[in-house]
Design a protein around this ligand. Structure first.
Ligand code: ZN
Length: 415
C-alpha cells in the first residue's frame, strides 16, 4: 500500500518545483510554477519560501503585469554550492562537477585495470577523480553539497552497502562509510539504473511523463523505472534488473551465471557474441582489454557503409531487444520507453528502428499504442549526471537544511 507521509509529499513537491527550472532555463513566477507543476498556488508559495530560505532559489526582479501586484521572478541559485556525480563503470570512472543548476564545471575520466579490482582501488580512484575536478574548477571542497556515486550491481541504499557487483568479486562492502571517511563529504550511493532514471526524470524524457522506463544498454543491461512520477526502487532497491531476466530459455551463458539473460544478447558482450556467431574471425572481436567502444564504433561505421554482417548483427540485436522490451511494456504500460547509454549512443537510429518493429511482434496492442519508444536525448553522461541529481535530492532531503530546525534557525538569524 502506498502510504506517503506529509513529509514525503512535501519532498516530492519540492523536487517537482525544482525540476521546472532544470527543464528549461530562465526565471519563473510562482504563478508559472503553479501552472507547470499543477500544484496549488498556496503550495508553491510555501515551497518557494522554503527554497528561498535555503538559498536554492533567488529572486531576480519582477515580471511586468498589467495592473495588480508585480510578480517576483525566481531562478535557481547556481552558486549556492556544487554537486559531484560519479559513474563507476566496469572499465572506467567518470567524475563530474556541477553547479546547482547542473551546469558542468569539470570532468575527469580514468580507466580501471579490469582484473582483480578491489574496493580499495575503486575508493582511491574515486578520491583522485573528486580531487581532480575540484582542482580543475578551482572549486572549494567546503562548497560541495553532496557526492552521488553510481556503483555497478546491487546497492543497499539505507546502509550504503555495495551488496553485489557483477564484475568484481565483492560482497557486502560498506562503501558509503569508507568513502565518507576518505572524502569527508556527504555521500549518496546507488546503481546506474537508478541514476539513469533520475537523469531522465530531471533532464530528459521523464520531465513530461509520469510513467517512464529507461533501458540502459552498456556491458551491463537493466531498466530504470519511474512510475507515477517517482523513482521505483522495489523492496530492497534491486528493481529494474531486467537484464538478468530470461529472454531465451536455456540460452547463452550470462556473466551472472544464469542462462539466456537479456544482457547476454543485447549488452556489448552479447553483441560481440552475435558477431562471433556470424564472423568468428572478425577483427572487431580482437580481445585486448575493454573492446566495447571499438566494437560499437566499428559496427556503426560499417552500418553506414551498408556492410551485410554489421547489418545482420544490429538486426539480430534489435530483434532480441524488441522482444525483451516488449515484456517491460506489457508489464509496466509506460508512456515513454527510452533506449540509452553506450549501445544506444553508437547504434542509434538503426537499433531504434529494428527494436520498434520487433516490439510490435511481442507486445499487446493496447500498451503498444500507449508507448513511445525513443533514444535518450541526454548526452553521453546520463549516469554521472543522474548521480549528481541523486546528491541534489539528498541535499534537498536534508532535515538540517529543510525542516523545522532550519526554519527556526533562519527566523532567529533574521531578528
Ligand atoms: Zn544474467
Amino acid at each position: 500500500m502506498v502510504n506517503r507521509s506529509a513529509q514525503d509529499i512535501r519532498r516530492l513537491n519540492r523536487f517537482e518545483v525544482l525540476r521546472c527550472f532544470h527543464a528549461t532555463a530562465g526565471p519563473r513566477t510562482r504563478q508559472d510554477l503553479a501552472r507547470e507543476t499543477t500544484l496549488s498556488f498556496a503550495t508553491v508559495s510555501n515551497l518557494t519560501a522554503e527554497l528561498l530560505d535555503a538559498g536554492v532559489l533567488l529572486e531576480v526582479g519582477h515580471a511586468g503585469s498589467s495592473g495588480g501586484r508585480p510578480r517576483a521572478l525566481l531562478t535557481l541559485n547556481a552558486d549556492r554550492g556544487t554537486l559531484i556525480g560519479v559513474d563507476v563503470g566496469e572499465t572506467s570512472i567518470r567524475t563530474e562537477l556541477f553547479d546547482l543548476a547542473l551546469g558542468e564545471m569539470a570532468v575527469d575520466e580514468r580507466s580501471i585495470t579490469p582484473s582483480d579490482v578491489t574496493p580499495e582501488q575503486i575508493i582511491d580512484l574515486i578520491e583522485t577523480g573528486v580531487d581532480t575536478v575540484l582542482t580543475t574548477a578551482k572549486a572549494p571542497r567546503s562548497r560541495v553539497l553532496g557526492v552521488g556515486i553510481s556503483l555497478p550491481g546491487l546497492v543497499e541504499r539505507e546502509r550504503g552497502v555495495s551488496t553485489y557487483s557483477p564484475y568484481w568479486a565483492w560482497r557486502d562492502v560498506p562503501m558509503r562509510d569508507h568513502l565518507a571517511e576518505r572524502l569527508d563529504l556527504p555521500i549518496h550511493l546507488d546503481n546506474p539504473l537508478k541514476a539513469s532514471a533520475l537523469a531522465e526524470m530531471w533532464f530528459g524524457a521523464g520531465r513530461d511523463v509520469d510513467n517512464l522506463v529507461v533501458v540502459m544498454l552498456r556491458s551491463g543491461v537493466g531498466a530504470g523505472l519511474a512510475l507515477d512520477g517517482t523513482l521505483y526502487r522495489g523492496t530492497t532497491n534491486s528493481a529494474g534488473e531486467w537484464g538478468h531476466s530470461c529472454l531465451v530459455f536455456r540460452g547463452r551463458r550470462c556473466r551472472c551465471g544464469n542462462l539466456g539473460c537479456v544482457e547476454a544478447y543485447v549488452g556489448t558482450y552479447g553483441i560481440a557474441e552475435t558477431l562471433r556467431s556470424l564472423a568468428p574471425d572478425d577483427p572487431l572481436l580482437a580481445a585486448d582489454g575493454d573492446r566495447s567502444a571499438p566494437l560499437l564504433a566499428g559496427l556503426a561505421a560499417r552500418l553506414a557503409d551498408g556492410d551485410p554482417v554489421a547489418t545482420e548483427v544490429v538486426g539480430q540485436t534489435a530483434a532480441y531487444l524488441g522482444a525483451a522490451v516488449g515484456n517491460l511494456v506489457n508489464i509496466l504500460n509506460p508512456e515513454v520507453l527510452v533506449l540509452g547509454d553506450q549501445v544506444a549512443a553508437y547504434l542509434g537510429e538503426h537499433l531504434l528502428a529494428g527494436t520498434r518493429t520487433a516490439l510490435a511482434d511481442h507486445t499487446l496492442a493496447q500498451p503498444l499504442r500507449a508507448v513511445t519508444l525513443r533514444l535518450s536525448s541526454l548526452p553521453h553522461d546520463a549516469v554521472s549526471r543522474g548521480a549528481a541529481a541523486l546528491a541534489f535530492e539528498g541535499f534537498l532531503n536534508d532535515r538540517e537544511v529543510f525542516g523545522p530546525v532550519s526554519r527556526a534557525r533562519t527566523a532567529k538569524a533574521r531578528t
